[in-house]
Each structure stands twice: as C-alpha cells, then as structure tokens.
Design a protein around this ligand. Structure first.
Ligand SMILES: CC(C)(COP(=O)(O)OP(=O)(O)OC[C@H]1O[C@@H](n2cnc3c(N)ncnc32)[C@H](O)[C@@H]1OP(=O)(O)O)[C@@H](O)C(=O)NCCC(=O)NCCS
Length: 185
C-alpha cells in the first residue's frame, strides 16, 4: 500500500471544526495576510529558526497558502489568529517512534496578539481529536526547543510525553509523542 493511501483514507478537508471559542478550517485566500504576519514576526520566529523577509514572502507565497492535508487555519471571531499542521516527519531527522519513521508531526504558530489566552491548546486539542477519529491508534509526534516555554507548556497540556531530547538546529529539542506509547525498537 502506498503512503498516499495509508495517510489519506478519508476526505480532506473535513467540515470546519468548532471549539468553545475557535474555528479550525481549511486555508483560504483571505488568510494570506495573516500568514505573512506569522512568518515575518521576529517573536514568532524566536525558537523556530527566525523570521523571513516580508518582500520575499509577498512575492513567493501562493494566493491560497497552506492548502494541503493536515493544515488547519485557526479563526477567532472571523479573524485568522494562527495555524496548525499535521505533517509527515522527515525520516532523515532525529526523533522517531517507529523504526521506519514518517510519523505524523504536530506544529503550531499563533500571532503574538493572540498568545496567552489558551487558544493554542484549545485549537490543537481539537485537531488531535479530529486526527484520532480519522486515524485511530496513529501516534502524533512533536519536537520543540526546550527553551520554548510556551510551546513546552502547550505540549504538556495536550498530553504529549517525552520520548527523548537531542540537539538539532543548534539547540536542545524536546521530542514527544501523543498519546503516550512505548516506542518500537
Ligand atoms: C507556542 C504558542 C503557539 C503558544 O500559544 P498560546 O496561545 O500562548 O498558548 P496557550 O495560551 O494555549 O498556552 C500557553 C501556556 O504557556 C504558558 N506560557 C506562555 N509563555 C510562557 C513563558 N514565557 N514561560 C512559561 N510559560 C509560558 C502560558 O501561561 C500557558 O500556560 P497555562 O495555560 O498553564 O497558563 C505561541 O507562543 C507561538 O505561536 N509561538 C511561536 C511559534 C512556536 O514557537 N511554535 C512552536 C513550534 S513547535
């Protein structure tokens, strides 16, 4: 069976997912400006490799960025405040819970004005819930700098548990899995 079939046995995108305060949905053209804000923000980039130049992004970002499996836009009262990704982890990178690699990896980025209100945890919990329904029993991994306190806190609140720590991109990374599973040999 090909990876494509293994990963996509159901329709994408799902209907918009509503939480208490937020909506998770597929990306649209109107999200482009918020994505440019996210990727050009030095605060957002602090622990994820830095920010990107605005003129480059204005030139190169597709009209509808992020239209792919596992990419959720997070909306609050009609405004885009962040994004969540469930992507395949590169087999070449350190950190795996399966010998063959290719696990699904959670990522999250929110605009600084929306930080500290519990939105990341609320939105990621809904995305994980959706994923668990779509692919029952499939683990989700996550890697974040140990210095990224807010991200570590979000991951812990979601129920991720540590698998290992390693050095990557010149910093210590926390590699964790959800739900808690015993890594295969
Ligand atoms: C990581 C990020 C998504 C968190 O967003 P958020 O909406 O503020 O997250 P939440 O409000 O759901 O939770 C943040 C938690 O971290 C805590 N926190 C925030 N900043 C903190 C800090 N500097 N030190 C310690 N704890 C901190 C908050 O108190 C909160 O915990 P609590 O709910 O127990 O009070 C956001 O900071 C972000 O987008 N950062 C840039 C992108 C990034 O680094 N992504 C991680 C890539 S793996």
């Amino acid at each position: 069976m090909s990876d494509e079939i293994t990963l996509h046995p159901f329709a994408w995108p799902p209907a918009p997912i509503k939480t208490e305060r937020l909506v998770l949905r597929e990306s649209e053209a109107r999200d482009r400006a918020a994505f440019i804000e996210l990727f050009t923000s030095p605060e957002v980039g602090t622990y994820i490799g830095g920010s990107r130049p605005r003129d480059e992004l204005e030139r190169t970002m597709p009209k509808v960025p992020g239209r792919r499996f596992g990419f959720f836009v997070v909306e609050l009262d009609g405004a885009t405040i962040g994004m969540i990704t469930l992507d395949r982890r590169d087999t070449e990178r350190p950190g795996h819970v399966r010998p063959e690699g290719g696990e699904t990896e959670l990522g999250y980025m929110f605009l600084p004005q929306a930080w500290g209100c519990g939105y990341a945890a609320e939105a990621c919990a809904a995305a994980l819930d959706w994923f668990a329904g779509a692919l029952p029993g499939e683990p989700v991994v996550l890697s974040t700098q140990t210095a990224n306190d807010a991200s570590m806190r979000v991951a812990a609140k979601l129920g991720f548990t540590e698998v290992e720590r390693f050095e990557e991109y010149g910093a210590e990374q926390w590699f964790a899995v959800w739900p808690s599973v015993t890594p295969s040999d």
